[in-house]
Design a protein around this ligand. Sequence first.
Ligand SMILES: [Zn+2]
Ligand SMILES: [Zn+2]
Length: 190
Amino acid sequence: MILSFPWWLLKMKNLSPRQRLIVQLVTQKGDLAVAEICQATGISPATAYREIQELTRLGQVAKIPGGIGRVEQAATRCLHCGREVSPRLAFLIERQDGSQQSACCAHCGLLALAEVRSAMTTDYLYGTLLNAATSWYVLASAVSPCCRPSVLSFSDRQDAERFAQGFGGEVLDFSTAQVGVRKLMALSQH
Ligand SMILES: [Zn+2]
Ligand SMILES: [Zn+2]
């Protein structure tokens, strides 16, 4: 089963802490033997087999002889510019009809927003997923890891302001950031 990144992160929300630990371990290591699962979680082999069955059913891990393997994730491309989406900068959009799409960074995410039910962006400092509508954005700083002008996301206004003190750029909320990135794009086309 192919899951496109980063939705599996959201899907992990429904897992128990123990299941989450197993998925994290197998994602890091590539594969896990049943004995390693028992050792890492302190469960019996019988319980480990039950967890493996459940996680396989959920598409979180792949069954391999004697244990489990990582589910291969297809590279996801940005809906706006076509770049490969990295988990470090991903901006996730859920449309009104429930379909889900990813943008490579907040730059493309903010430009692509239309008829959106919800959107999530990645905190540039902590790598956590944030509600895009309540996040803070630093527009056009000197740090430009993806598209230009760069738009970096922060959960905390103070973090964004400190970042802008060091690296320049303008601190904006969701709606002013949407307008701001459009304006800068229009200027750069002249
Ligand atoms: Zn893009
Ligand atoms: Zn980008």
